[in-house]
Design a protein around this ligand. Structure first.
Ligand code: DUT
Ligand code: MG
Length: 578
């Protein structure tokens, strides 16, 4: 809330201008009933034709003035509020970007999207139309009350006494409409999610022949949506008639009592007409209050949700006095490292010493903790106990920017942006010399297929753009990691979609890149056998470790994997030989 008020205060000039035009417009409006009353008394009854001309001119002037002022008022409120929302969205986005991996494990995208979109829209409604109408109606009410009291206090009191009755009815009705609003908003979110998941996962739906089921599911949601909308329509339909009735009743009351005064000569006819016009200025604010409280309640709920998001602290951030080494050698050590996700142990007491420029290969069953291990190097997560060190400095004490700049990762799930191939590759590096870019593309075997494309590196991939094969995507993400001048390179299962030949070619190219400490996770023996040390993981522990030949001699799990992968080949070879 404080954050929002600060942002609103920043736009004070726009709001002030809006409020000034609003006040002027109200003042003009107040003359309307006055001139109508005077026309009746002086021109129609009194026969003063000259006055009629002046009064009509004044009325036309008021109407024109109000139109211009109304436009300026809406525009100033709109611009000021839009600026507040733009600032708020920017702050939210900056904040979300700062949050750690673990936050995104726990919160789904849909919810964050609705914070950025729907909740800010709710706030916009309140700080733009809400504030504007609230001020307008309050002022109308006060001025109209004063004018009515000066014209005829008895008649004014009769009308004022009925106002709480109208307000009570308005609030009762508004509450039922408000409830359906909430239901509609919830239901809309469900409908959106259903449609969005279905469209995003359309290939799975089709491949599994689940179209009919999905259509049914959507239709059910749609039907539900219709029902709630119907409910709201009914609530809305019930809303107006009773209020209309009450408003008219007040008018009838005033005209009847006022009629007596006019007949008795205590009040002119024109004054009575003006009086009844001012009464509308009392009733409208009463009617608006119901809507306004709803808008305000929605805004408060959204502000609360957004505040909660802002309260989320990044679990991983710089320590108080982070160490900023000029240059890293890339000496990575794990010292007695354990790690857990939400209370479940995933890694237990791991010790690794990766000398600068060495290659550590990691193998093991799925779920053994391989990705979890490498995620600790660039501090995507922090270990639960023990220490991960680079060049003798605990990664938690190193400046995050320096650390992340020096650790380059090819993640297990390839994610590319809907952008050109060139921008995707340069994503983490910014502007790089052409030869560095070229070298990365050729080492990652990207050049091989991109040079065949008519638009080459300017080809846009992703939505409506060029489709790529799984292996091509992997090659681009390898190039993206190579193009950065990082000391530590992590390749998490990043050659799994490549054929052996391409994998081999990339391996050979990587061997030329001296001085980079590599962590390679792979399932194929061919991808790990040249590593300085191979770690075989099982249930979060290193079950076997050594070089390729050491592990073969051990005749353990690595040996079994090796035999498994080479059996067919060996058998075929044996047959050939015989
Ligand atoms: N795990 C979680 N939350 C996560 C990621 C993993 O609870 O966000 C669990 C699942 C698994 C263990 O941690 O039991 C290790 O997962 P990891 O991804 O490290 O396994 P992996 O060795 O990389 O498996 P794969 O070969 O399938 O990539
Ligand atoms: Mg993994």
């Amino acid at each position: 809330m404080k954050r929002l008020i600060k942002l609103i205060r920043k736009q004070w000039l726009g709001y002030l201008f809006g409020i000034l035009t609003l006040l002027t417009s109200i003042v003009l409006d107040m003359y309307n009933p006055y001139f109508v009353g005077e026309i009746i008394d002086r021109s129609i009854i009194g026969g003063e034709l000259g006055y009629l001309r002046i009064a009509l001119l004044a009325l036309a002037g008021i109407t024109l003035g109000r139109a211009v002022l109304g436009y300026t008022k809406e525009l100033s409120f709109d611009i000021a509020s839009s600026k507040v929302i733009v600032d708020l969205r920017k702050k939210m986005f900056d904040h979300i970007q700062k949050l750690s991996f673990s936050f995104f494990d726990e919160n789904n995208t849909g919810e964050l999207m609705s914070r950025i979109k729907e909740d800010t829209e709710n706030i916009m409604n309140a700080i733009c139309y809400g504030i504007m109408l609230f001020l307008e109606q309050i002022i109308y009410f006060i001025i109209a009350t004063v004018i009515l009291l000066t014209i005829n206090w008895k008649l004014a009191l009769i009308s004022l006494v009925t106002m709480p009755v109208i307000e009570y009815v308005v609030f009762r009705l508004e509450r039922s409409v408000g409830k359906t609003y909430e239901k509609i908003s919830d239901q809309r979110a469900v409908l959106n999610t259903t449609a969005q998941q279905n469209i995003a996962g359309v290939r799975v739906v089709k491949a599994f022949g689940r179209e009919k089921y999905e259509i049914q599911k959507f239709l059910r949601q749609n039907e539900e949506n219709y029902k709630i909308n119907y409910e709201q329509a009914q609530a809305m339909a019930r809303y107006n008639p009773p209020i209309e009735f009450l408003s008219n009743l007040v008018l009838v009351l005033v005209v009847s009592v006022g009629g007596y005064y006019v007949i008795g000569g205590d009040m002119s006819l024109g004054t009575l007409v003006a009086f009844s016009n001012y009464i509308y200025m009392l009733i409208w604010p009463m009617r608006m209050m119901g809507w306004l409280t709803n808008v305000l309640a929605q805004c408060m709920a959204s502000v609360k949700k957004i505040d909660k998001l802002f309260e989320e602290e990044p679990s991983i951030r710089n320590c108080d006095a982070p160490i900023k080494p000029e240059r890293l050698e890339g000496h990575v050590e794990f010292r007695n490292v354990s790690f857990e996700y939400a209370g479940t142990n995933v890694l237990e007491k791991i010790d690794i010493d990766a000398k600068p420029g060495s290659t550590i290969a990691i193998m093991g069953m799925t779920g053994a903790g391989k990705s979890s291990l490498v995620n600790l190097i660039g501090r995507y997560y922090d270990c639960s106990s023990g220490q991960v060190m680079i060049d003798g400095v605990d990664v938690r004490e190193m400046d995050l920017t320096v650390l992340r700049k020096n650790v380059s990762a090819v993640m297990q799930d390839t994610f590319l942006f809907s952008d050109t191939i060139e921008d995707n590759i340069k994503f983490g590096a910014g502007e790089v010399p052409e030869e560095v870019f070229k070298a990365a593309c050729s080492d990652a075997m990207v050049d091989e297929f991109v040079s065949q494309m008519p638009e080459g590196y300017q080809t846009v991939i992703g939505e409506r753009g060029m489709g790529l094969s799984g292996g091509q995507k992997q090659r681009i993400s390898i190039a993206r990691a190579l193009v950065r001048d990082a000391r530590v390179l992590i390749m998490d299962d990043s050659t799994s979609a490549l054929d052996m030949e391409t994998e081999y070619a990339i391996q050979k190219a990587m061997e030329k890149r001296k001085g980079i400490t590599c962590f390679i996770i792979a399932h194929r023996v061919s991808a790990v056998k040249n590593a300085d040390e191979i770690l075989y993981f099982q249930d979060g522990r290193i079950a076997e470790r050594g070089t390729h030949s050491e592990l073969l001699r051990l005749r353990g799990r690595y040996y079994d994997t090796y035999c498994e992968q080479y059996r067919d080949y060996v058998e075929a070879l044996e047959k050939e030989v015989v």
